[in-house]
Design a protein around this ligand. Sequence first.
Ligand SMILES: [Cu+2]
Length: 456
Amino acid sequence: MRLFIILYALCLTFVSVYSTSLPPKCASVRVRKEISSISSTEWELMKSALRKMHDDGHFNRISKLHVDNFATIHGGPNFLPIHRVLTADFENAARKYYPDFVLPYWDAAKDFQNPANSLVFTLPYTGGNGNPQNQNCISGGLQAGWNMTYPNNRCLTRIFNGPNNNINSWYSPEFMTSLLQTHKQYDDFRSNLEFTLHGAVHLGISGDMTSMASPNDFAFMLHHANIDRYWWKWQNIIPENMMSYNGRNAKATSNVTLDDTLEGYPQYKARDVMALGYGDMCFTYDDVTPSSNTNQNNNQSSTSGSSSSDNDQAVDGLKSLDVSSLKRFFPGLANGKKNPNLFDMNIVRYKISVNKLITITKTTKVTTHKGKPRKCYKKQLSKRQSNDGGDDSSNDPTDNSSSQQGTKLLPVPQMPPDHWIEMHGYDKNQVTSIVNNGIQLVQTLNAQGYISPYLQ
Ligand SMILES: [Cu+2]
C-alpha cells in the first residue's frame, strides 16, 4: 500500500511538472483517420473544400513556406515539429471551407509491396501516375486539371519511380514496428523515420513530390499526417518520450531546445507543438493510445479504431524469430510488452483498404491517359483477389518482392539516390547506415522464414 502511495505521488508530481510546460489543453480533440476509413460522402465534401483551398491559394502558401525554409527544416530535429505544424496549418485552412474537415492520414507502409496499387492512387482519391506524353501531368483524381501557380504556372506532376506506372516497394509495417521499438533518443528516432519511409514515399511518387514544392500534391499532406502519427505513437510509448527533443538542426551552431522558435511559424516554440491535444494541436490519430501520464483527452478511447488485438494477429509471426534477432529488431516483443504504440501492424485496417480497393476498381473504369484500360491495375487486382482462393501464378517482373519455393519474401529497401541526399543536405553516411539497418532487418526476417501477412 505504501509503495502504491509513493508511486501515485510520483506520478502526480510528474503530471504537474509536465503540464506546466505545455500550452492549455484543447477543448476538443479531432481524430485523424486512415484514408480508407473515410466514408465516400465525407471524402466528397473534403474534395470540394480542397478545391476551394486551392482556388484561394492555400496550396501555394504552404508550398512557398516549405520552399522558403527547405534548407533548415529537413535533416534535423525540427523536421518533425515543423511538419506537424504544416499539417495543422493545412487542416485549419480546410476547416474554414468545411468545418468538419479532419485531415486523413495514409498508412503507406501497408501498401509497401506495390504502392502504385494503393487506394490513394485510384480515381476517386488522388489519381495515379503522371502522363509522360503530357509533361507528366496527372490525368485523374482530386487534382486533375488544377492549374498550379507556385512556383510557376503548370499542372501537378507525378513520375512514379518504378517501371510500367509502378512504384518501387518501400518499408513494411514490420520495419515501422521495429523503428518504433528500437530508438530511445528523439533525434535517433527522427532520423530513422525521415531517411526511410518518409523519403521513400516522396521518391516513389516523384514529380512535385520530389521538388521543394512537394506540398502542392495532396499526397504530401496524407503522407506527413502519417509521419506525424508515427511520432505521436513514439511519444506515447513511455512518458519520457513526450517532450523528448535533442540534436542539432541543419545549418545550426548549437543544439536544439524546447524553447526554439519554429522556422516558418514564429508564433510557435517547439514545446508548443510537442503534445497533441494542447494549444493549437487539437488533433490525434485513431490508432494511438494516449499514455496515461499525458493527461490526454479521455474521449479518445471511444473513437480509437485500433487496439493491441488488431496488431496481435500480425505480430504472432514475428515471435518465432530467434532471440538475438528479436532483441535487436523487436525489443518490445522480446520483453513481452503489450503497449499498442510499439506496433504498426493493424491487419484489420489493411483488409478494409484492400476490400475498398476491389470495390472501387470494379465500379470505376480505370483508364490510362490514352483512354485504354490500365493493364497493371487489372493484373495487380487479380493477384490480390486470387489470394482469396484463386491461383496466384502470375510472374510480374515489376514486382520487387521475390518468391522462393512458393514463399514470398519481403522486398529489400532501396538506398535513396544521391540527388535526394544532396537536395536535403543529408549526411550520406548516416542515411546509408540507417537504410542498411532496414536491409538487415528484411534479410533477417526472410532468412528465418518469416512470412508477412501483408504480402500477396
Ligand atoms: Cu518537408
